[in-house]
Write a protein that binds this ligand. Sequence first.
Ligand code: BG6
Length: 488
Amino acid sequence: MQAKQFPTDFLWGGATAANQFEGGWQDGGRGPATSDTAVAIDPKDRKTALDFTAPMSKEKVLAALNDAEGRYPKRWGSDFYHRYKEDIALYAEMGLKTFRLSIAWSRIFPNGDDAAPNEAGLQFYDAVFDELRKYNIEPLVTLSHYETPIGIALNYGGWQNRAVIDLFVKYAKTVITRYQDKVKYWLTFNEINVIGVSGYVGGALLSDDDAYTLQDRFQAAHHQFVASSLVTQFAHELNPDLKIGMMLARMQAYPATPNPLDVLQALKLDHENLFYSDVQVRGKYPAYAKRFFAENGINLQMAPSDEAILAANPVDFMSFSYYMSTVARHEPGANVEKTSGNFVNGEANPYLESSDWGWQIDSVGLRITLNYLYDRYQVPLFVVENGLGALDTVTADGQIHDEYRIDYVKQHIQQMYEAIQDGVELLGYTTWGITDLVSAGTSEFSKRYGFVYVDMDDQGQGTFDRRRKDSFYWYQHVIATRGAAAFD
Ligand code: BG6
């Protein structure tokens, strides 16, 4: 029988983000970012989402930045800033074709609105991209991944302020121009839909209570859409070979029952989720959103040219994170079991198992979602995050036997293969947190996704030394066999 293999140009890779991986928060002239205010909390119950989505006020931000006692793990991440050569050598050894990272905006413009970029920050990424090029690893770069310069929050009130469009575009033009010969694939905003659940993380919005209004959130999203389109336009004019993608936290919703009202609820949840990709891939606001705005008193302030800018500059490809699916029910069921998930808690699906954090594992859902998105948009897709956050144990002889993680990734690779056979155009796959890093949602270090282990704990104790897990060797074999080893 013929081996099941992925296309020769399939981009096998791993993903990270500066705010959780890079560290060096005060090195090389970097300014503080929104992620630097995320304090570590000792989790009492892993299945309870912590305060990722909590609002932040100006006072809380300033208190966090002046707090000498608390632990802020995203400030040191996994110390990639000082260890990038070692990390990239490990990726080369694994055989990665691509490596997803983000540029910390505040490393380039420390206050967000500086007149000139910080040359030391630019040189850091030059060195990283050169190191990747040495091994023929294609960088995949996110321009904004939860690490907005704090000055944008404190002095502008975040993305609801239209002035931030120009600041972001200036930053993006600076780095795209500088790295155009080193980086071909760019993503503008990580999980752009996160603005719907966390105004601070997604849009650097400030609030004394949970009073980010829908108006504020959608206004901020509108500004991000326009900024993303302006960046796409600029990149294409600069160099037509550059590919710009949007990035969505994909939530595949299943109706809880065949009751048409549950099916309708699933459609509504899908609209909430796909609103962002509808705008960025199709280049215009969908009709269902206009109805929602009208019924909820949302009145987007647009400049006269905004709609034309969106229409003229849709993205080249769609990328997304996929960790789980969700269940939709039109009436909250009194006796249904609940589970937690990426940003949202919801109803448990009795057909699925869960991770230690309650995220339900659904590899078939990845095939469904790939088909669904490709049917809808007909643009190349890229799975830029997927993986299992789990507690790992180091054995006495220094090994990490993470067969649970191998099993998770294997199932998802099998389903991606099926989706490609279904006709989906899939550019690649970057597993989340290829090297252990700080959790976005809980700021824990013990929620590990990596194929490379990092010696660090939740208390901030450890050497940052790296070790290869069993999954490291397994993924190496998968890449070398173009996916065939995922069917062994
Ligand atoms: C995605 C984010 O939502 O999920 C990542 O883009 C994040 O930044 C990942 O780390 C996993 O979530 P968590 O909370 O387990 O780190």
